[in-house]
Design a protein around this ligand. Structure first.
Ligand SMILES: [Zn+2]
Length: 165
């Protein structure tokens, strides 16, 4: 575990646009910042009020993120959702969205949680695969659940990745 200056150097990733914004070297429209979590507006907003919640220390993927910081990100996302609803911005609903990995449409490799207002007819949507069904067969669901339980058991003994002060 890195400490002191080494930890500081690791906290920021050269060339990462979100690290640049967090360091004040690129423009950002912030709504929040504390030691572990920050939130700013995204340039590529789905709708007005689209916020990104990010860890203040660089984490490329979810697997690089301290789970405690992940919890803080989600806690702040809930506050942001409430604030967006209470604001004058047009909002009939809220989406939270996190893309982990290129195949999942992650485009900035500093993990981030989208919080954005929705309203009917805003044009945003999810495209379902051609074989999508609302009711998958139970045996298929049970099989997938068993796979995930096996993986949960295998990872439950992993040491915590918590960051030391
Ligand atoms: Zn970064």
């Amino acid at each position: 575990m890195a400490t002191g200056i080494e930890a500081f150097a690791e906290a920021s990733r050269p060339g990462c646009i979100f690290c640049e914004i967090l360091a004040g070297r690129s423009e950002g429209s912030f709504v929040y910042r504390d030691d572990n979590v920050a939130a700013f507006m995204t340039l590529g907003a789905v709708n007005r009020g689209h916020v990104l919640v990010v860890p203040t220390r660089h984490a490329t993927y979810l697997s690089d993120l301290d789970p405690e910081v992940g919890a803080e990100m989600f806690r702040f996302a809930m506050r942001a959702a409430e604030a967006i609803r209470a604001s004058t911005l047009r909002c009939e609903g809220i989406n939270l969205f996190l893309a982990d990995g290129r195949a999942a449409l992650q485009s900035v490799f500093h993990t981030h949680l989208h919080v954005f207002p929705r309203f009917r007819g805003d044009g945003f949507g999810l495209v379902m695969p051609p074989d999508f069904r609302y009711r998958r067969p139970r045996d298929e669901l049970d099989e997938a659940a068993a796979e995930i339980r096996r993986a949960l058991d295998a990872t439950s003994v992993s040491p915590s990745r918590s960051i030391e002060p």
